[in-house]
Write a protein that binds this ligand. Structure first.
Ligand code: ADP
Ligand code: MG
Length: 350
């Protein structure tokens, strides 16, 4: 009944992922006093006690869309599924405490395979000190679908949203960006080589960091603690799941401001630079649009600059401007180009 045979219906790709979410959810209103923040941030924020908020976030990973089991070991997939969700909790400046895990599996998977998946989930939950408190298991006609919901807590005064950035605030990113996307390119290339010559032994030595960032990302649990130690409360924050440009655009749109990002400030690992050269890719494009870095991107007031300045985990990459000035990248050649969001938009046509 809902098939679009005569093209009279709207295709999902016309809206894209963010357009679709907005279209489907814009009529939801908040009626409960306990709902502090509903749809639109990295996590929802709920409040049941005076000064403690609960944050909750959920993500869905689909075989063939988000992962390819020909190079993603199941143990790593389990680990990554947890990281992807914890990252959204830390992006609220919160501490993650529990997860639930839901699976849809086809009978192509033996029990041993699912044990591997759960070995990764167990490792992640031990390392990040969270409890696995539930989930759901069902069958799928093809492939594997895994959904994780993460729950965390944060003092009401410490919670950070996407919408608090103000003109002149500094834009800060943790760690480095672009590596996970390149790791995927390396793995895809090896997969093609393997198809042609199954005896070939890939030499992944020059790409260890990239492959690790793709297969075993770590969420930035350390950052909310670090910010507390430095006595810095970001004015806005988001995690880098879709690429720097898409994330800064989310912050700017929700905060009603513009921004200037400086190309020469974007932190890149030496392996990212070397591999971009080898693959003839522009490292800035990779950093801006690659995604899956699971770093945190946040804004701080200028007076906090000295507190973060010397920290090796944190890099200032730009500043917030008036909305009228738009959202731009200032290139090494000092030209200003508009930022565009080209993240992992698996629902839009390429
Ligand atoms: P993230 O990239 O941080 O995981 P998303 O872009 O997936 O965030 O989601 C943006 C917001 O929209 C979040 O608040 C999320 O909870 C909400 N959202 C996404 N999909 C749906 C849906 N199908 N129904 C209701 N809310 C949704
Ligand atoms: Mg997020």
């Amino acid at each position: 009944m809902f098939e679009n045979k005569d093209n009279s219906k709207t295709s999902i790709s016309q809206l894209g992922e963010f357009g679709l979410i907005d279209h489907l959810t814009k009529h939801f209103t908040i009626e409960q006093e306990t709902t502090i923040k509903g749809i639109g941030d990295d996590a929802a924020v709920l409040n049941y006690s005076e000064n403690q908020n609960v944050v909750i976030s959920t993500d869905l990973l689909v075989e063939g869309v988000h992962f390819d089991l020909s190079y993603m070991p199941l143990k790593h997939l389990g680990y990554k599924a947890v990281m992807v969700n914890l990252s959204d909790i830390y992006a609220m400046n919160a501490n993650a405490t529990q997860i639930t895990v839901s699976l849809a599996v086809s009978n192509r998977f033996p029990v041993e395979a699912l044990e591997e998946l759960y070995a990764g989930i167990t490792l992640a939950s031990k390392k990040y000190n969270i409890d696995v408190v539930g989930g759901d298991t069902t069958s799928s006609t093809s492939g594997l679908i895994i959904s994780v919901t993460a729950i965390g807590t944060v003092n009401s005064i410490d919670v950070v949203y996407r919408n608090g950035a103000k003109e002149n605030d500094l834009i800060v990113v943790t760690g480095d960006v672009g590596a996970a996307y390149l790791g995927l390119q390396v793995l895809e290339r090896e997969k093609e080589v393997f198809k042609v010559n199954p005896k070939s032994q890939p030499d992944l030595e020059p790409y260890t960091y990239l492959v690790e960032r793709q297969l075993k990302p770590e969420a930035r649990k350390d950052i909310p603690n670090l910010l507390a130690e430095l006595d810095v409360k970001p004015t806005s924050m988001i995690d880098v799941s879709d690429g720097l440009s898409s994330e800064i655009i989310h912050i700017c749109k929700q905060s009603d401001v513009g921004c200037n990002l400086y190309e020469d400030k974007i932190p890149l690992d030496p392996q990212v630079m070397a591999t971009c050269e080898e693959f003839e890719l522009d490292s800035t494009t990779v950093a801006l649009s690659g995604g899956e870095d699971y770093e945190l991107l946040f804004t701080i007031q200028t007076e906090d600059f000295l507190k973060i300045k010397a920290n090796p985990h944190l890099t200032v990459i730009g500043h917030i401007t008036d909305k009228k000035e738009g959202m731009h990248l200032i290139t090494r050649a000092n030209t200003k180009i508009p930022l565009i969001a080209r993240g992992w938009n698996s629902l839009s046509e390429e």
